[in-house]
Design a protein around this ligand. Structure first.
Ligand code: FES
Length: 111
């Protein structure tokens, strides 16, 4: 099957068990990857509040709590529930042959 050129492999699906997160790289950019109920979610890693690494945060429902000040971000749409003025970039994910890909077109390309 031919894959869209904008999809880039960032991890093996087996790298993450359900309920786990991991910091992955897209070029030099760090992203936060999550596996919840066998669905993968990817968001920017740096918290827009003060730069906490969301990939090291605590999964809470279908969101993540920032490890620095506990703000909660929705992994589906990037919205911050703690302060709705803030949001994080989300990335479309896809799993093929045990590899996790993200759509770089949703990020404006590899940086
Ligand atoms: S740095 Fe994330 S909530 Fe403050």
């Amino acid at each position: 099957m031919e894959r869209d050129a904008s999809f880039v492999k960032v991890a093996r699906a087996d790298d993450l068990a359900n309920g786990q997160s991991k910091i992955v790289f897209l070029g030099i950019k760090r992203l936060a990857l999550f596996r919840i109920d066998d669905v993968f979610y990817c968001i920017q890693n740096n918290c827009p509040h003060a730069g906490g690494f969301l990939g090291n945060g605590t999964i809470d429902g279908c969101g993540v709590r920032c490890p620095r000040h506990d703000w909660w971000f929705d992994l589906k749409n990037g919205q911050c529930r703690t302060d709705p003025r803030y949001e994080v970039q989300t990335y479309v994910t896809r799993v093929e042959d045990g590899d996790v890909y993200i759509d770089t077109a949703t990020s404006g390309g590899i940086v």
